[in-house]
Design a protein around this ligand. Structure first.
Ligand code: ZN
Length: 472
C-alpha cells in the first residue's frame, strides 16, 4: 500500500537576551558549569521570578516574523515533572493561553512555495543540562532559566526533505529577525518531530511517534527518512505502529524507543502563581513590528526584483544576515548589483566563516566596491582583480594602493588627470548633474570615461579623488 507521511515539528529556540528569563544571570555560552546561577534559577525556596522585558520583546518579534496572532493577555503555567536538571521540579511555560497562535511560514520545496502552518509560539524557560563524562554525571544549571520560544508547527509536512527545508527556513527567519543565533551545535535551536503514516488519500491521522532532539541539519533528514521507512515496514507487515517517544542514534543511523505512551507524563499544568498575566498591548506590538528587520524571503524577492540579481544568487547571498548586509552595502557603493553579486559569490564567500549570527568577513564593502570600480574603469582586468583581492583580504588596504604597488598603474600626475576629468565632465553635463543630484552610481561612468580618454593609464584612485572633488 502507498502511505503518506505526516510530519509536524516543534522547535525550541533560545532568545538572544543577555540575561535569563526570570533573573539577572548571564546567558553566555561556554562558562564553567554552575557559574551563572542564582537562587531564582537554582529553584531555591522563596526565590521569586521577575519577567525579562527583552525576552518578551524578542518573543513577540518571533511571533510577528511568523505571522502569528498575538494574545493581548497570555499566562504562564507550571509544567511539573521530576528530572535532575530541573531544580524547581517544574518548568515555567505557557499552556492554554499562549503568547500567540495561528501563524505560517512559506517554504520553497522543489521549486514551489508551500505554506506551513504554525500552531503557536509561546515562551518558556530552559532546563539545565546533565553532562556525562568518563563515567561521571554532573548537572550544569547554567542553562536553567534561559529564555526560549517554542514554535509548534502544524502537521503540514509530507516528507523528510520538506521537514528539513522548513527547519532551514525557520532558522533563517529567526536569525534575520535577530531573535536567535541558529546554533544547533550549542543547543540554542533544537527540534523534536511528530511522525505518522496514513494510507494515501486518507484524512484520518495514523498513530504518531515523537522523535526527540534531532540536533543537526545533517541528521534531521536521515532521522525522519529512517522513521518513515520503519513505520512503513511495520504497516506493510500487517503490524501496528506503537505510540511512543523515540530518539535518533547518530552512530547506528536508527531511531530507538525511549518510552511508550503508557509511560507518558502527566505534567499537571496549572497557572504560575508567582508571575502576573503577560500583557502585550497593541502599542507595544506595533512598536515591535516597526523594528522587525527585513526577513530572508522578502530580501530575496527584493534582490531579484529591484537589484536584478538572479534567484540563485539571491538565495546564496541571503544565506547569512551579515553576508546579505555586506552585499547590499557594496552594491550601493558600486552601483551594479548583479556584477557585485557575481564577485561576492565567486571570491568573497570563500573567505567567509560563520558561527551562529557572527560572521568573519575579511574584506569590507568599500574595498570590494572599490576593486570592482577599478575593473569597470579598465584600470585592471578581471584576472588582475583576483590578484588584487588576494592582497586586500584580511587587511584594511585600499585596492588602489595594491594596484599601484603591483605596478598596474601608470599616470599619477594630478594636473594631467584633472584636465581630462574637467573635459569629461564638460562633455557629459547631464550625467554630471544627475550625479550631483545624488545618483552615485554614475561615478563609475565618469571614472570609465576618464580611463577611456587616458587609454587606461590614469591612476584610478587619483581619478576618483579628482572626480569626487570636481563633482562632490
Ligand atoms: Zn539566576
Amino acid at each position: 500500500m502507498h502511505y503518506e507521511a505526516v510530519i509536524g515539528l516543534e522547535v525550541h529556540a533560545q532568545l538572544l537576551t543577555r540575561t535569563k528569563a526570570f533573573c539577572a544571570c548571564s546567558t553566555a555560552y561556554g562558562a564553567p558549569p554552575n557559574t551563572q546561577v542564582c537562587p531564582v534559577c537554582l529553584g531555591l525556596p522563596g526565590a521569586l521570578p521577575v519577567m525579562n522585558g527583552e525576552a518578551v520583546r524578542l518573543a513577540v518579534r518571533t511571533a510577528l516574523a511568523l505571522s502569528c496572532t498575538l494574545r493581548t493577555v497570555s499566562r504562564f503555567a507550571r509544567k511539573n515533572y521530576f528530572y535532575p536538571d530541573l531544580p524547581k521540579g517544574y518548568q515555567i511555560s505557557q499552556y492554554d493561553e499562549p503568547l500567540s497562535e495561528r501563524g505560517h511560514l512559506d517554504v520553497e520545496v522543489g521549486g514551489a512555495t508551500k505554506r506551513v502552518g504554525i500552531t503557536r509560539v509561546h515562551m518558556e524557560e530552559d532546563a539545565g543540562k546533565n553532562v556525562h563524562h568518563e563515567g561521571v554525571s554532573v548537572v550544569d544549571l547554567n542553562r536553567s532559566g534561559v529564555p526560549l520560544v517554542e514554535i509548534v508547527g502544524e502537521p503540514d509536512l509530507r516528507s523528510a526533505a520538506e521537514a528539513a527545508e522548513y527547519l532551514r527556513s525557520l532558522r533563517d527567519v529567526l536569525m534575520f529577525a535577530g531573535v536567535n543565533d541558529g546554533n544547533l551545535e550549542e543547543g540554542s535551536f533544537r527540534c523534536d518531530a511528530n511522525v505518522s503514516l496514513r494510507p494515501a488519500g486518507e484524512a484520518k491521522l495514523g498513530t504518531r511517534v515523537e522523535l526527540k532532539n534531532i540536533n543537526s541539519f545533517r541528521f534531521v533528514e536521515r532521522a525522519l527518512a529512517h522513521e518513515i521507512a520503519r513505520q512503513q515496514a511495520v504497516l506493510d507487515a500487517g503490524g501496528r505502529v506503537v505510540q511512543e517517544t523515540r530518539g535518533w542514534d547518530e552512530n547506528e543511523g536508527v531511531t530507538k524507543s525511549l518510552r511508550s505512551k503508557e509511560e507518558a507524563q502527566d505534567y499537571r499544568y496549572f497557572p504560575e502563581p508567582d508571575l502576573p498575566p503577560l500583557v502585550v498591548d497593541d502599542a507595544f506590538v506595533a512598536q515591535v513590528q516597526s523594528t522587525l528587520p527585513e526577513l530572508p524571503r522578502a530580501k530575496r524577492e527584493r534582490f531579484v526584483a529591484e537589484l536584478g540579481v538572479s534567484a540563485y544568487a539571491a538565495q546564496v547571498l541571503t544565506g547569512h544576515p551579515r553576508v546579505a548586509a555586506l552585499f547590499e552595502e557594496a552594491a550601493t557603493l558600486h552601483g551594479q548589483p548583479a556584477r557585485l553579486a557575481a564577485f561576492v559569490q565567486s571570491e568573497v564567500l570563500r573567505d567567509v566563516v560563520t558561527h551562529g549570527l557572527d560572521a568573519r568577513i575579511p574584506v569590507s564593502a568599500r574595498q570590494v566596491a572599490g576593486l570592482l570600480r577599478l575593473v569597470d574603469a579598465g584600470a585592471i582586468s578581471g584576472k588582475q582583480a583576483k590578484e588584487v583581492y588576494a592582497k586586500i583580504v584580511g587587511s584594511e588596504r585600499a585596492p588602489e594602493d595594491v594596484v599601484a604597488e603591483l605596478g598596474l598603474v601608470q599616470v599619477s600626475d594630478e594636473g594631467v588627470i584633472e584636465a581630462v576629468c574637467r573635459q569629461v565632465i564638460a562633455d557629459n553635463p547631464r550625467q554630471a548633474e544627475q550625479l550631483r543630484a545624488g545618483k552615485a552610481s554614475l561615478m563609475g561612468f565618469f571614472v570609465g570615461q576618464v580611463m577611456k580618454q587616458t587609454k587606461g593609464s590614469a591612476n584610478p584612485r587619483l581619478v576618483n579623488d579628482v572626480l569626487q572633488r570636481l563633482l562632490g
